[in-house]
Ligand binder design. Structure first.
Ligand SMILES: Cc1ncc(COP(=O)(O)O)c(C=O)c1O
Length: 371
């Protein structure tokens, strides 16, 4: 969709990345780190698990944000974005024939990773508009082959969040099993309307079996740097690092140092909830007179719209027409269900400047129903 958006010079609200700059201080730190002559040189390989100073800064952040103690040496691993950490966790623990429960729609890198290692994806389909998980229904999907359950909060693309009651039900579900949990929390600092981010890290019964993955790309508006991390207990981390070591070895050293120094100076991620809530609200207000129907958005930087009052086209065809005829790019949600389920929903990314959001809204408001 981004390719098509560029071709047609459309306002691109499709792919999930900001069109504004990261903090200047963070950018400056990269330049400073590159020329820093102190040892060890950041122009050579970083330690396999990640720079100790960055892992320590992460441990401090987890303590501040979640009140949870993690050991930076044995429980934190720096990866090439959350995506690599997801792949490594699946690669280390899912074996041919193992079953992995996926809550769909979801981030599109999960299923290919499961396929690649010969695992079997077992889908739990979340339903609009709330996309709540019915844990009794999930329980029916568990077999003796279930190796892992993947959760994501806040969720891409649904913008739904998991709450404490979800965590409590998940504890019951996995009690007395050896099922692992892969918890994608890359939008942890984008939770709205006074809700709080719930991480399995906060629950001892879940923490001991969970890989929690995070993304500096999302938190610092630097998706192009490709730096993320995973927090998991020592035994799980040891195995995850074997995949990491042999696929990647280590992550860009200067970027790690710059992020670590920045984390020591700033806690600006604590302002992100409000920053993105204001963007959500601006986009919703600006599109209020359109024929699109917004779905609830509790977190992430995505807003779903129902377009069924405008067209009967499938969501892919609708998105193509949206770009070519109306000059706005979105993502068809069917592409984030493995069976291509079409609920006439499209996803907009509102991690954009206010001007971009208003420009897109002006175009969306002009679209007339064609059914
Ligand atoms: C839910 C989710 N997880 C993970 C990622 C990827 O994170 P990273 O860019 O750090 O690999 C994304 C990116 O869109 C995402 O939406």
């Amino acid at each position: 969709m981004t390719g098509l958006a560029n071709e047609y010079h459309a306002v691109n609200l499709s792919q999930g990345f900001p069109n504004f700059e990261p903090a200047e201080e963070l950018q400056d730190l990269v330049g400073l780190c590159l020329r820093d002559k102190s040892l060890p040189s950041v122009n050579q390989y970083a330690p396999m698990a990640g720079m100790p100073m960055l892992r320590e800064a992460i441990a401090e952040k987890v303590l501040t944000c979640h009140g949870v103690d993690v050991d930076p040496d044995t429980e934190v691993t720096i990866g090439v974005g959350a995506t690599e950490m997801i792949f490594d966790a699946i690669g280390a623990f899912v074996w041919p024939g193992d079953e992995v429960i996926l809550m769909e729609p979801c981030y599109d890198c999960l299923r290919p990773a499961i396929d690649l290692v010969g695992g079997k994806t077992v889908v739990y389909k979340m339903k609009p508009p709330e996309f709540k998980i019915n844990w009794q229904e999930v329980a029916l999907l568990i077999t003796h082959k279930t190796r892992m359950i993947c959760i994501s909060t806040p969720n891409n693309p649904t913008a739904s969040i998991l709450r404490k009651e979800d965590m409590l039900q998940l504890i019951e579900l996995v009690k007395n099993t050896d099922i692992l949990i892969l918890s994608d929390e890359v939008y942890e600092h984008m939770v709205f309307d006074g809700e709080i981010h719930e991480s399995p890290l906060k629950y001892q019964e879940l923490r001991e079996r969970t890989f929690s993955v995070y993304s500096f790309g999302k938190t610092y508006h630097i998706t192009g740097w490709r730096v993320g991390y995973c927090i998991a207990p020592k035994a799980l981390t040891t195995e995850l690092r074997k995949v990491h070591q042999n696929v990647i070895f280590s992550v860009a050293h200067p970027l790690q140092k710059a992020i670590a120094l920045y984390m020591q100076r700033s806690r600006d991620y604590l302002e992100l909830n409000l920053f993105f809530q204001q963007k959500r609200d601006l986009f919703l207000e600006a599109t209020k007179i359109s024929a699109f129907k917004p779905l609830p958005c509790k977190g992430s930087y995505f807003q779903l719209f129902d377009y069924s009052a405008i067209s009967v086209e499938d969501d892919f065809a609708f998105c193509e027409r949206l770009i070519k005829t109306h000059g706005v790019a979105a993502i068809p949600v069917s592409r984030l269900y493995s069976d291509g389920h079409d609920s006439k929903l499209i996803r907009f990314c509102f991690a954009k400047t206010d001007e971009t959001l208003i420009k897109a809204a002006d175009k969306l408001n002009l679209i007339q129903p064609s059914i």
